[in-house]
Design a protein around this ligand. Sequence first.
Ligand code: 0X9
Ligand code: CA
Ligand code: ZN
Length: 476
Amino acid sequence: MTKKIIFLIVTLSLVLIPLKAQDYLIKEIVSVEKNRKTIKKLQEMSLDFLMERNNRIYIMVGYNDFFKLYEENIPYTLETYNFYPFKQKKLSPQGGVNGAFHSYREVEQELLNLENTYPEIASVLKIGESLEGRNIYALKISDHVHLDENEAEVLFIGCHHAREWISVEVPLMLGKYLAENYGNNSEVTDIVDQSEIWIVPLLNPDGLYYSIHFYRYWRKNRRDNRDGTYGVDLNRNYGYKWGYDNSGSSPNTASNVFRGMTAFSEPESQAIRDFYASRNFQAMITYHNYSQLILYPWGYTEELTEQNDLLSQIASDMSGLIESVNGRIYVDEPASSLYLTNGDTTDWSFGVYGIPSFTIELPPEGWEYGGFFNAEEDIQPIFNENLPAALYLIDWSVQNFGSSLRIPERRRMIPEKWILKPNHRKKQLKQGRRIIRDSQHKPVKREKIKDSKVKFNPPAQSPKSKTKNRKEIKKS
Ligand code: 0X9
Ligand code: CA
Ligand code: ZN
């Protein structure tokens, strides 16, 4: 009898637990034929739209959605395996849960190792603590690292958004690169001698933990909103034009762009706010992914800043430098041309401190090339291409330290091979990725015109899906 009961419990838990886990975790990509009837039904199901191609609509579905599709009599094709990471056979499997990407503990270890190995130029500072009590670290790279010298200071931030794992790697590798090459490479030595480089590779450690262990697509921090929902979008929680409107951020706790109850309500964004107050930054880059963009203020309005010539020049120079490494194009544009946001890091950094501030959206270019997933083999190339842009911004800060801001000319320190040769391909592609807006001035379409097979038109006369551009989809 007892044997029977034990057997029953074991079998039941084996069946029930995985089912529940599946329900929550597994998402598949399916395509359905595009027609009015289906679109209407899909909208009622409030599914994640991904894209449209060859008269088919691609959507993300969870375990329960399959039943709904069945009930609604909507025929579908399973497409998951036509997408990354399944499609890219040559990729080596990721070791462990997070593979070559760094977890909170691994970032911590890496930073402490750097400090130990290069005590003269690397030092780790705790600038705050996450909601769940993890440390938020800043790595300082400078000569006389323990002195607060009168030098230009530049800040690099990674991982506001939990699922954007590559955004941890790029600033972390920058710190490592600078430490390892100081004394060997004259350009690095020069720059480190003249500046204080601050790197916060992991601003949202709780979110990253959650993304690694529970739900890969987690975006926000892990604030318990006390209504059954979790998370504040840290990139809507900064105190410049916070909550300006409800489209650039959301008052709804369940939303992926929930701005929090007040500006700087979150310890993670507070850490950055307080860090700025204690330092004297000249420039800042915050890394995100995906899209391959270099965005500069404003994000909250279509209007351009008074420093637009400066910001757009720096962004375009950085874009050129990035392209010259691997040929990947990062489009430089005001953040608002992507979509409007309020309470983001860059607007606050520029709005309050007046310093050149950039959001770099790392690869890939689109959802169909992997979205938030980057191949492990691509971590190094992505870092390599971002390095000259980071060095360039540091150098710009050094050149402009203590003087009024000057619009840069091409820098002497950029190695020849990094200097962009006049390149017509870039212009063409940039035009090809132009933004088309709907009546609310929201971009509805972002595609390479070159690839004429790819259609991304919003379904006609359906206001709900009309505003679903690729970027909003990412966050739903
Ligand atoms: O929406 C964001 O917070 C950033 N994109 S992401 O896909 N990584 O979430 C972009 C913020 C830049 N600001 C504006 N586009 N206004
Ligand atoms: Ca120094
Ligand atoms: Zn992001």
